[in-house]
Design a binder for this molecule. Structure first.
Ligand code: AHG
Ligand code: MN
Ligand code: MN
Length: 389
């Protein structure tokens, strides 16, 4: 019998995209309008109204982080350098910058204050944290259980400042986020003091990317870009108009070219620790011996969000492969690879792990688990994989 490839798991939501027959020629389509119209276009999914306030919180946090990153080089801001004179290390053994800690607080507070979050997991937190529901405690204690069961609680995963080692040199950085629903069959129980058990937090957080309801990133560069996918069918790009403080739709329905510009984006210093097929592929495209016959060029920022933004717009391939030193590479599945994979697929690209598996189908068993990964134009990613056969 011939083996058949397993169909990829379907996405969590099947949404109708909003249409915009009328657009103000002066204001354009703002992110807030897009999110509101998404909820209006899908009246049979009332939970989208809850996501509106979650998105408002994420948007607000990203604007604040954009401002912080932009003013950081001004000495009096006191924002550059390491946290606590270099003494602070996160749970993954990485030095924390002041801005890693501050941006984590900004995002965490914004999400907490949305009143819709049950659990948050961040690169800069040792373990997922429960969000005590103050409003419920204060205003409606009897209803808490019901509200949780009605699925109005969300789980957020995020990397508040991706590429933070670059920040002192004014090189682009980003924020990555993903929003899940509280998983089916998992009920988060609040204790009398409003806290949530570690196990409940963990169960809620360890979901595969195909369960995401919204994911996106914000890129802090010459301009601030916000790229988001609601439901995973389309990918929308917005730019911050600083004069009015609003994100405006600038790249509707982003579609990555099937075969990109001849660009590869990998940390080539690791070349001699890579697997041989990957080395052979990169050597071939460097020499112009790949499928296109074109000589590829290298672009690598060391800030994934920037490298991914370019890859979405121009195509090509970006990856952080595992190697003999770090078999699972460097990037974290839950709050880096999975949200980016969600966007990449929504834009028509591919996002695969070290064995060619779909990143969105990988179920994490650890919050800070790393995953070997490749993202990009389908033909480029497939060409790379062909060296493994
Ligand atoms: P973070 O700053 O959140 O720890 O992530 C940095 C990541 C990613 O943005 C980038 O692609 C990669 O690390 C760069 O790693 P190398 O310096 O090993 O190339
Ligand atoms: Mn990161
Ligand atoms: Mn980070």
């Amino acid at each position: 019998m011939q083996a058949t490839a397993e169909a990829p798991a379907p996405l969590k939501m099947d949404l109708v995209e909003p249409v915009f027959p009328q657009v103000c020629e002066y204001a354009g389509i703002t992110l807030s309008r897009y999110v509101l119209e998404m909820a209006r276009a899908n009246p049979e999914q009332p939970e989208l109204n809850e996501l509106v306030s979650v998105m408002t919180s994420v948007e607000r946090a990203c604007k604040t982080i954009s401002k912080l990153v932009r003013t950081a080089p001004i000495e009096s801001s006191g924002l550059l350098g390491l946290e606590e004179g270099g003494g602070s290390i996160n749970v993954q053994g990485e030095e924390q910058k002041k801005l890693d800690v501050i941006t984590n607080t900004v995002l965490k507070n914004a999400l907490r204050f949305s009143g819709k979050m049950a659990v948050l997991a961040s690169e800069e937190e040792d373990a997922p944290v429960g969000v005590p529901d103050d409003a419920e405690t204060n205003y409606n204690p009897e209803n808490r259980e019901i509200i949780v069961e009605e699925g109005q609680k969300y789980v957020a995963v995020f990397d508040p400042l991706d590429g933070s080692s670059n920040v002192d040199a004014n090189i682009p950085t980003g924020t990555i986020f993903g929003i899940y629903e509280e998983p089916e069959g998992c009920s988060i129980n609040f204790g009398d003091d409003g806290t949530v058990s570690d196990q409940d937090c963990l169960d809620a957080t360890l979901q595969s990317g195909n369960r995401l309801v919204v994911a996106g990133y914000c890129l802090y560069s010459a301009a601030t870009s916000f790229v988001v996918s609601f439901g995973g069918k389309t990918c929308q790009g917005f730019t911050l108009d600083e004069s009015v403080g609003e994100f405006v739709l600038t790249q509707p329905n982003m579609a990555i070219p099937t075969r990109g510009k001849p660009i590869y984006s990998l940390n080539e210093a690791n070349r001699w620790q890579w697997e041989e097929p990957l080395r052979d592929y990169v050597t071939a495209i460097q020499k112009g011996d790949g499928q296109t016959g074109k000589q590829y060029t290298a672009r690598y920022l060391g800030s994934m969000v920037g490298d991914i933004h370019r890859t979405l717009l121009y195509g090509g391939i970006f990856g952080y492969p595992g190697d003999t030193k770090n078999p699972n590479g460097k990037l974290r599945l839950l709050y880096e690879a999975a949200p980016i994979a969600f966007l990449m697929e929504a834009a028509g690209g591919l996002a695969v792990g070290g064995a060619g598996e779909r990143i969105l189908d990988i179920k994490p068993d650890n919050v800070h688990q790393r995953v070997s990964c490749f993202f990009g134009s389908s033909e480029d990613v497939e060409e790379m994989r062909s060296y493994y056969k």
